[in-house]
Structure formats: structure tokens, C-alpha cells
Design a protein around this ligand. Structure first.
Ligand SMILES: [Zn+2]
Ligand SMILES: [Zn+2]
Length: 361
């Protein structure tokens, strides 16, 4: 695949507006309704725009090229980030006769894979069950009873198309539309296959192994080339997009590769300082609470966060400290605290003006 900037004909420092403008002009030029037959080019433009119009995907593309967004073909390991951008699908009308007669690629499928934060940190291999349409084994996907053939469509005389014009956001286009009787094939199936009743396809569930790399984030998607639905007329299978959904974690909050958690310590621990055990993604770890730690202080455990995708680098774990002030002091404890306050020259109870004002408030 060529460079996305080249595809859209913009410079590498083009603004979002320039990218959008160029995309619109190209989409209009290569729009199938405008008579363009190069639908691959149109899809390429759509893909380039879906990446460059998204600031995060664009910066990944700038840094890592296609491997950053994983648009390269090649089965497992293809990796993409960000929301689906079905930009080109929006513009496609019915297939033209040429398109119909050409092999048609099968539809892409999307599958949401729910995993835990720990699984996201470690990476997992999952076998998923994907419901899809597969070619009927009896008629080989033609929908016609074995040994028989179709008749010429009387509505279009076998052409498969009719002329019409339509108006879109890009202007008015005169175009050929698909024959409603034969759906563009130019043929009528008078001998439907008894197994699939002429559909040529049947519902199946396919088991697919998905390798989720360590470090995936919520909304990341992986492309499994050729694992989508079957094509027609010997067209290639579509792709399967596995979209990662990470379940909310009871302990950790994630921001990219860093993790955040709250721990609560006692007043005396905060004042004196001590080592405590805190939860991390791989078991408990010792966290040194320095003496004089204030409520709300944030301490860091280096490299205890999430791994960076396709890298050995790990983020950090930030621990926010909450300090418990006791609410159920016994008489003896009160005395000790008052003694403590006296030693420090602090007002302990019913003392100064400030104390009284605070009590009233
Ligand atoms: Zn027809
Ligand atoms: Zn069949």
C-alpha cells in the first residue's frame, strides 16, 4: 500500500481541514456513482482518510507507519486502533453490472471480545465462535440446483442494470442502477438449490483463534484477514475485526500504560512512615510510605503499570494515599493524643479561638 498522505495528495503537515477537503474531492472523483470503476482506489482513499482524520491514529501512523495502525494484510498480528470508520460503505449504492460480474469480496465482520485488565496486561489466546454466512456445500454457493443453470432475466434482457440519476452530497450523478428483478446478475434462478433454497449461503459458526497481544487497550481492534464472510463469484473472504473491550477493574484505573489505585493507611502510619503491601496486577508489592505522608499524596511504583504494545516497556502504578482519621477513640487513646498535642504545643480540645469557630461551623 502506498503512503496515506500520497493517497490523499496532501503534505505530511497538512491540517485536518486540508485532509478533509482533499478527501472529499477524491471521494467524489472515485465515487462508484460517478462512473469510476476503480473501487479499490476508492477504498484506499477511505482507509487513508479514516486514519489521517483521527489525530491518535494519525500520530501512530506518523511514528510507526502502517504497522502502527496495522492496516497491512497478513492474518494475525494486524492491529488497528480507534473506532470503525465505515466511510466508504456509506457512499456505495447498488453494485453496477461490472461490479456484480466481478468476483465480490465477502463482508467484513466485527466481533467484540471482552477481556479483563489482567488479560490485557498479559495478552491471551482465545478461541472465539464467529457466526457467519458460508457458501452452501451442495451448490458451491451458486444457489442453483446442481447440474442445472439459470435463465436470462426478462426484465433487463440479461444486462443486469437500468439507467437512473440521483443526487448526493457530492452533487448529482447519472448512474446505472441494479435491475430489481435479478439484482444485477442478468439471470433468474428457476432451479433453486434445495439445500439452501437458492441463497447459495448458509449460517455457520466458525471457531477462530485470536491472539491478543499484551498491552491492548479498550477499543483496540485486530484484523484477521480472510476470516470474514465468504465472497461471491470466487471473491475473496472479507476480514474479521476483533474489537477489544476491557471490563472495568475493581482496583485499578488505567490511563494508557499507567495504572492508578487508592490505598488507605492509618494516621500514625502516615506520620511515621512504613512499608505496606499494595495490590498490583501481578500480586502484591511493597510500597514505602515515607514519614509525613499527607492525605491525597500520590506515590509511584515504577514499571508496575501496563506493558506498552509490542514492547518490553511498562508503565507505572500510581498509588493515591488516603489517610484514615480514627472516629472511635477510647478514653485512653484520647488522653494519649492530648498528651501528644501538648508535647507539640498544639491546641488539643476546647482550646483557642480557632478551635471554637471550627466547632461551630
Ligand atoms: Zn434483470
Ligand atoms: Zn445450495
Amino acid at each position: 500500500m502506498a503512503d496515506y498522505y500520497e493517497i490523499l495528495g496532501v503534505s505530511r503537515d497538512a491540517t485536518e481541514a486540508e485532509i478533509k477537503k482533499s478527501y472529499r474531492a477524491l471521494a467524489r472523483k472515485y465515487h462508484p456513482d460517478a462512473g469510476a470503476t476503480d473501487s479499490e482506489r476508492f477504498k484506499e482513499i477511505g482507509l487513508a482518510y479514516s486514519v489521517l482524520s483521527d489525530p491518535e491514529q494519525r500520530s501512530r501512523y506518523d511514528m510507526f507507519g502502517e504497522s502502527g495502525i496495522g492496516a497491512q494484510p497478513g492474518g494475525f498480528g494486524g492491529f488497528e486502533r480507534g473506532a470503525f470508520a465505515d466511510i466508504f460503505d456509506v457512499f456505495f449504492g447498488g453494485p453496477s453490472r461490472e461490479e456484480y460480474r466481478r468476483p465480490r469480496r465477502g463482508r467484513d465482520l466485527a466481533y467484540e471480545l471482552k477481556i479483563t485488565l489482567k488479560q490485557a496486561a498479559e495478552g491471551i489466546t482465545e478461541e472465539i465462535e464467529v457466526p457467519l454466512e458460508a457458501p452452501c456445500p451442495d451448490c458451491g454457493g451458486t444457489g442453483i440446483e446442481r447440474g442445472l443453470s439459470a435463465d436470462i432475466c426478462p426484465e433487463c434482457g440479461g444486462k443486469g442494470t437500468k439507467m437512473s440519476s440521483r443526487t448526493t452530497v457530492f452533487g448529482s450523478f447519472s448512474s446505472t442502477t441494479t435491475c430489481p428483478r435479478c439484482q444485477g446478475s442478468g439471470e433468474i434462478n428457476t432451479h433453486p438449490c434445495p439445500t439452501c433454497h437458492g441463497r447459495g449461503m448458509r449460517r455457520e459458526v466458525e471457531k477462530v483463534e485470536v491472539k491478543v497481544p499484551a498491552g491492548v487497550d479498550d477499543g483496540d481492534r485486530m484484523r484477521l484477514a480472510g476470516k470474514g464472510e465468504a465472497g461471491t463469484r470466487d471473491g475473496k473472504r472479507g476480514d474479521l475485526y476483533v474489537i477489544v473491550s476491557i471490563k472495568p477493574d475493581a482496583v485499578f484505573t488505567r490511563k494508557r500504560t499507567d495504572l492508578y489505585e487508592m490505598v488507605s493507611i492509618d494516621m500514625v502510619q502516615a506520620a511515621l512512615g512504613m512499608g505496606i503491601m499494595v495490590p498490583t496486577l501481578d500480586g502484591e508489592a511493597n510500597l514505602e510510605i515515607p514519614s509525613g505522608t499527607q492525605p491525597g499524596a500520590v506515590l509511584r511504583l515504577r514499571h508496575k503499570g501496563m506493558p506498552k504494545l509490542h514492547s518490553r516497556v511498562k508503565g507505572d502504578l500510581y498509588v493515591q494515599v488516603e489517610v484514615n482519621v480514627p472516629t472511635d477513640l477510647s478514653g485512653e487513646e484520647k488522653k494519649l493524643l492530648q498528651e501528644f498535642a501538648r508535647l507539640r504545643g498544639e491546641k488539643a480540645s476546647n482550646g483557642g479561638v480557632i478551635g471554637r469557630i471550627l466547632h461551630k461551623a
